[in-house]
Design a binder for this molecule. Structure first.
Ligand code: PEP
Length: 258
């Protein structure tokens, strides 16, 4: 995305922060986002959703996301959470298919596909994560993996205009490792993803689907990563936990222009 266009910056807090820590963070962030045209989404733990959404209400630039959900509408699934409970708590987005869920909780493309359809039905914007492992990358299988994750994860998905779905390219080898894809490599993957989306949904709808990059984003590599024309934003894990570090990512173009 050209450097002067607004980007979508999503912070994924994973299993960190109490409610009090979250509220302090959101109050500070509300001041910091005044300097940027970028949109910000915080993907918070379930227990924080309601208070975070309430606290963020006065700052339209900050939206709240969940990090997971079940595919069923409701039912006897102890410990699970339904899409409509997330919207009821104030979430607008939900991260689906994160590699940690695929790896530690055995989530398959098929299961993720059911979740994507449920999220869309209930009015949540899914942030569908896809990405290859180190071995797949080194053996030249990146495109094969991405194609399967897109087509299987989005099987029978019909979109109105493309704005109701977000994809996140998160190479597994880059998540939490400190090793990020270079700007050129990220753009190459994103441009491939855009082509697959065009095949599936047609040019017009595919052009409105935001594709985020995720994997060891930090204030130092933000500018490089956002340079690609198909990179519409970032999904940030570790560097979103501290509000000042996250501020440097969100406000990177302000700092660039200063
Ligand atoms: C993530 O978990 O989605 C992520 C990108 O993590 P990190 O930024 O810490 O690599």
């Amino acid at each position: 995305m050209p450097l002067d266009s607004p980007s979508l910056i999503v912070g994924n807090w994973k299993m960190y922060k109490t409610r009090e820590e979250a509220l302090d963070y959101i109050n500070e962030l509300a001041e910091k986002v005044k300097g940027t045209s970028n949109e910000v989404v915080l993907a918070v733990p379930f227990t924080i959703l309601y208070s975070a959404a309430k606290a963020a209400k006065k700052t339209p630039q900050i939206k709240i996301s969940a990090q997971n959900m079940n595919d069923a509408k409701e039912g006897a699934f102890t410990g699970e959470i339904a899409a409509k409970m997330l919207t009821d708590a104030g979430a607008r987005y939900v991260i689906l298919g994160h590699s940690e869920r695929r790896r530690y909780f055995g989530e398959t493309n098929e299961f993720i596909n059911h979740k994507v359809k449920r999220a869309l039905k209930e009015g949540l914007i899914p942030i569908l994560c896809i990405g290859e492992s180190k071995e797949e990358n080194e053996s030249g299988k990146r495109e094969e993996v991405l194609r399967a994750e897109i087509l299987e994860g989005l099987a029978d998905v019909h979109l109105k205009d493309g704005k109701e779905l977000i994809l996140a390219y998160e190479p597994i080898w880059a998540i939490g490792t400190g090793v990020h894809a270079g700007g050129k490599e990220a753009e190459e993957a994103h441009s491939f993803i855009r082509e697959v989306l065009k095949e599936k949904f047609g040019d017009e709808i595919a052009s409105h689907i935001k594709i985020l990059y995720g994997g060891s984003v930090n204030p130092g590599n933000t500018k490089e990563l956002l340079t690609g024309k198909n990179v519409n934003g970032l999904l940030v894990g570790g560097s979103s936990l501290d509000v000042n570090t996250f501020d440097h990512i969100i406000n990177f173009n302000k700092q660039v222009n200063e």
